[in-house]
Design a protein around this ligand. Structure first.
Ligand SMILES: [Zn+2]
Length: 220
């Protein structure tokens, strides 16, 4: 059973709620009421604050997160678990997440595109079907497109989580977009970068902390 930490964007309330929730002795605790439209820098700072008691204590879960870049930011701040509708809901809306960023099959540009959704992906959808055929299924209202895109998106997020955690020894290969590559290089670029990361946190992956440290001089 997990307790849910609330407190809005107020750091003191979040700190109090975290302490009180952890003291109750749950198996884990969830970060609730965040990722609901607050500025990203505030979200990342509060994530670090709430995830801080994690080493040796209950594991933090970030409810409703999220986008690929938010997963990496949150893992770097000590979050271990996520739950989110994004991979499956967006699949049902015709969107696939790829190493080069999201791809929306509603766009006419994919009508004759014979490439797979993601050339780096080994899932059943990418091994057997072209973007053009998947777009045809989606536009025709065939539920098979929902299933295949869901299969791909779940595969992508699992691989993304493994990369963020460091199982593959790197955090860039499967992470889409220049924003995330900037995170991995330790650059701020106005995205609520890693300046607030606790570099001594045992919960954050060592390889990512190393990369953040290397870029730390550019963060101030
Ligand atoms: Zn795939």
């Amino acid at each position: 059973m997990f307790g849910i930490v609330q407190g809005g964007v107020d750091a003191d309330l979040r700190r109090q709620a975290t302490r009180a929730t952890v003291d109750l002795g749950f198996d884990g605790y969830a970060i609730g009421g965040m990722a609901v439209g607050e500025p990203k820098p505030a979200m990342y700072d509060l994530t670090e604050l709430v995830a801080e008691p994690a080493p040796g204590g209950p594991a933090p879960l970030f409810m409703g997160v999220g986008k690929p870049e938010d997963l990496v930011h949150s893992v770097a701040r000590g979050v271990d678990m996520f739950d989110c509708v994004l991979p499956t809901r967006n699949a049902r809306n015709g969107q696939a997440f790829t190493a080069d960023g999201p791809l929306t099959l509603k766009q006419a540009r994919y009508t004759r595109d014979q490439a797979p959704l993601d050339a780096e992906c080994g899932c059943y959808a990418c091994r057997g079907f072209s973007r053009a055929y998947l777009r045809h299924l989606f536009m025709a209202g065939e539920l098979l497109s929902h299933r295949l895109l869901t299969l791909h998106n779940v595969t992508f997020f699992r691989a993304h989580a493994r990369d963020a955690r460091g199982d593959r020894g790197g955090c860039v290969r499967r992470i889409p977009g220049s924003v995330l590559r900037a995170v991995c290089r330790g650059e701020r670029r106005g995205i609520g970068g890693p300046s607030a990361v606790s570099l001594s946190s045992g919960a954050a992956p060592a390889h990512l902390l190393g990369q953040l440290r290397n870029g730390a001089h550019r963060l101030r």
